[in-house]
Design a protein around this ligand. Structure first.
Ligand SMILES: Cc1cc2nc3c(=O)[nH]c(=O)nc-3n(C[C@H](O)[C@H](O)[C@H](O)COP(=O)(O)O)c2cc1C
Length: 218
């Protein structure tokens, strides 16, 4: 899918989904609270186990808190993620390696500027440990709804979870009560670049009919 094939000004759900990629370069300009409320309202429409709605959303604008958390977000990149990415980088020069470098540059940019996003939404849940898949399953649908809502409002955002490498330290800085866990931090702001098509393996290669030998016909 190319830029030309998606109307980037469209608010059609399918166009929004196809052009909602991680927007890691954000302007520091403030985002009106009314838009954050709309994003949160989209979030709480999501499915969740037993409709218990144990999710909680912490909106962070405090510059000191964001900077303190960014310290751990960067440490997690330097100490854990970058070595892993380097190990998995394509070995041969070519388009795949070029794409890897472009991606890594964007990831590094967000890492260095994480705290400069004007607003974060931290997706949390009560009675939850962030490493419990079942609780995550009741939080991430809301996160996806919020990402789509941000995109529909012309705001850039990224689902980030790397802070979980230093979960205890970060949750203390965020002031989460003992019985709450965090699952994602969404830095949100007006994007510096353009929205564009997501790059994904086509449905014909990852969907099947009745058994894994029969590709879903597209
Ligand atoms: C569970 C999860 C955690 C993620 N954590 C991070 C993160 O900490 N930092 C980041 O820059 N991107 C993070 N991402 C975003 C993915 O890297 C991104 O969705 C993926 O590379 C596809 O890129 P695209 O959405 O731009 O097409 C995360 C995505 C998921 C689903």
């Amino acid at each position: 899918m190319t830029d030309q094939e998606i109307d980037l000004s469209s608010t059609d759900l399918f166009d929004i989904q196809r052009s909602m990629r991680a927007m890691r370069r954000l302007k520091p300009d403030p985002v009106p609270d009314a838009l954050i409320t709309k994003i949160l309202e989209a979030g709480i429409c999501a499915p969740n186990g037993g409709n218990t709605q144990k999710w909680r959303f912490l909106v962070i604008k405090d510059a000191e808190v964001k900077k303190a958390v960014q310290h751990y977000y960067k440490r997690a990149y330097d100490e854990v993620q970058k070595p892993r990415h380097d190990a998995h980088a394509p070995k041969e020069p070519g388009p795949a390696l070029d794409q890897h470098h472009r991606n890594e540059k964007a990831i590094e940019y967000l890492t260095d500027h994480f705290h400069e996003a004007p607003v974060w939404i931290v997706a949390c849940a009560e009675d939850a440990h962030s490493d419990a898949a079942a609780t995550g399953a009741s939080v991430y649908p809301a996160v996806q709804n919020m990402l789509l809502a941000a995109r529909a409002l012309g705001l850039g955002a990224t689902l980030t979870a790397r802070h979980l490498v230093f979960r205890e330290e970060v949750e203390k800085l965020l002031g989460l009560p003992e019985n709450f866990g965090s699952f994602a931090i969404l830095p949100i702001g007006y994007p510096m670049g353009k929205f564009g098509p997501t790059r994904r393996i086509p449905v014909s290669e990852i969907a099947f009919l009745d058994n894994f030998d029969t590709p879903w016909p597209t």
